[in-house]
Ligand binder design. Structure first.
Ligand code: MN
Ligand code: MN
Length: 464
């Protein structure tokens, strides 16, 4: 016999907002995001995120990992990979049960300085740049920028650079053409509104002495020498990067969102970190929180998840507890915690609204990423997907399904494929974000809070 309409309606899947599903969530999310804003402001670069996180971890009893030591249930360790990525772990009660791993990344799209950045043209001093990650270049001009990074002096001394974050600091800027004479620029394709070689950062206009050529460049060099004791050649080996000089802010007249640079992917890093810090009892499986570098440029490089650093860390833990690495790995599961592209009604035609994630409807689980027919995706299994959904539902975590956009509209990759290559079951789950990869990304506070609770539940997931 056919069901009644009301009966059939109960069978439908209709995602609801976190607001309607979880009581009192607003105040909790509000308080939670105060800490998140601090993390964002201290973590403009991966080096900043590592520095901030180690200080927090140490204050919570985490110790620097030593492969020669024996580790036991309840021990808390961190492994600092070259000051650019970090693995934290709480050793589980069952040595053979494997790990519950949450892998997010702490690098974000930005404007890196070229290795020979200093030059002058028509009395204006500049830095040449080479952007890092997938940016819409036109979004990065006429915007206050801060300079971060390290310069290694001939003596080996490491100079930390941070200009533009303090209110009293000067900021930097990339120029754009005034609209009045923008005719030719308007005719360019949007992707070439500002071209790669036009992302030139203005450093100053004051000549050192007299108006000869290069006098402005010489003045900038003199300022850098006075401040840091460096010469032009030291910049060649340096790592300097420009990021938006804005602080994380509440957004919306209802203060429901956070507007900030670098939420991809610190909006997943922070929740996975705070959940690890707040575990109230030692979990059965070892809880591992990965803060990876280089995701935005394909995870290559020794601090990216393409390197063996994670497997070596896990091998060392297994050795220290005398358990088989392959058995440990087989019992491990990973959430590839990266942002999802939230549905944007203003650009509706780029999405399949039936398979999109929405702001404030909870964390987004993404079965596959990739592009042109899922290419490059690790495509999680139905078994793992349903296991994670059951875990979230048991713990009252609001989740939704979502993929990036319309088929063949583009696509994206995450660290899921690197984790899968280790023979670890992995699925993408994270916070939906608007204006992704722009200087100011938007995320919903209630979703960020859900990500924290989801991380908590995931670390505590038992073997069976
Ligand atoms: Mn990401
Ligand atoms: Mn990204």
């Amino acid at each position: 016999m056919a069901l009644t309409k009301d009966e059939a309606k109960k069978l439908e899947y209709r995602p609801k907002t976190v607001y309607s599903l979880v009581k009192e969530v607003e105040k909790t999310a509000e308080e939670y995001c105060e800490g998140y804003k601090e993390f964002l402001n201290a973590s403009k670069t991966e080096r900043g995120a590592v520095r901030f996180t180690i200080a927090e971890a140490v204050s919570r009893g985490f110790e620097s990992f030593d492969a020669k030591k024996k580790y036991n249930s309840g021990d808390k360790v961190y492994y600092n990979n070259r000051n650019k990525s970090l693995i934290l772990a709480v050793i589980g009660t069952d040595a053979k049960a494997g790990a519950n791993i949450i892998a997010s990344h702490i690098d974000s799209p930005r404007i890196d300085l070229k290795q020979k950045p200093l030059y002058e043209e028509n009395g204006i001093g500049y830095f040449k740049t080479h952007y890092y990650g997938g940016i819409k270049k036109y979004q990065w001009s006429a915007l206050p920028l801060a300079l971060h990074g390290v310069i290694i002096k001939k003596s080996g001394e490491v100079v930390e650079v941070c200009i533009g974050e303090d209110e009293n600091d000067p900021v930097l800027c990339i120029s754009d053409l005034m609209p009045h004479i923008g005719k030719d620029q308007y005719d360019r394709k949007l992707s070439e509104g500002i071209k790669g070689e036009e992302l030139n950062i203005i450093t100053g206009i004051k000549p050192l002495d007299g108006d000869e050529d290069e006098s402005v460049k010489l003045n900038i060099l003199s300022i850098l020498s006075e401040k840091y004791g460096i010469c032009e050649a030291d910049l060649i080996t340096a790592e300097l990067t420009a990021v938006p000089a804005m602080k994380a802010r509440d957004a919306g007249l209802d203060r429901s969102m956070i507007l900030a640079y670098g939420q991809d992917d610190k909006v997943c890093s922070y929740p996975s970190l705070t959940a690890l810090f707040e575990l109230d009892k030692t979990p059965e499986k070892t809880a591992i929180c990965i803060l990876a570098d280089k995701e935005e440029i394909g995870s290559y490089g020794v601090t990216g998840l393409n390197s063996q650093a994670l497997s070596h860390f896990i091998k060392d833990i297994c050795d220290s507890r005398s358990v088989s690495y392959t058995e440990f790995i087989k019992n491990s599961v990973c959430l590839s915690a990266d942002v999802g592209g939230a549905y944007d009604p203003t650009f509706a035609s780029a999405y399949d609204s039936r398979n999109s994630a929405f702001l404030a409807k909870g964390i987004v689980i993404t079965k596959y990423t990739g592009s042109r027919g899922k290419s490059g995706s690790s495509d999680a299994s139905a078994e793992l997907f349903s296991k994670i959904v059951r875990l979230f539902e048991k713990n009252g975590i609001v989740w939704q399904n979502g993929e990036y956009g319309k088929v063949d509209q583009g696509g994206a990759g995450t660290v899921a494929s690197e984790i899968a290559a280790m023979n670890i079951d992995v699925i993408d789950a994270g916070v939906p974000v608007l204006c992704m990869h722009s200087p100011a990304e938007l995320a919903a506070k209630v979703d960020i809070h859900m990500m924290h609770r989801a991380s908590e539940a995931f670390y505590c997931m038992t073997k069976d």
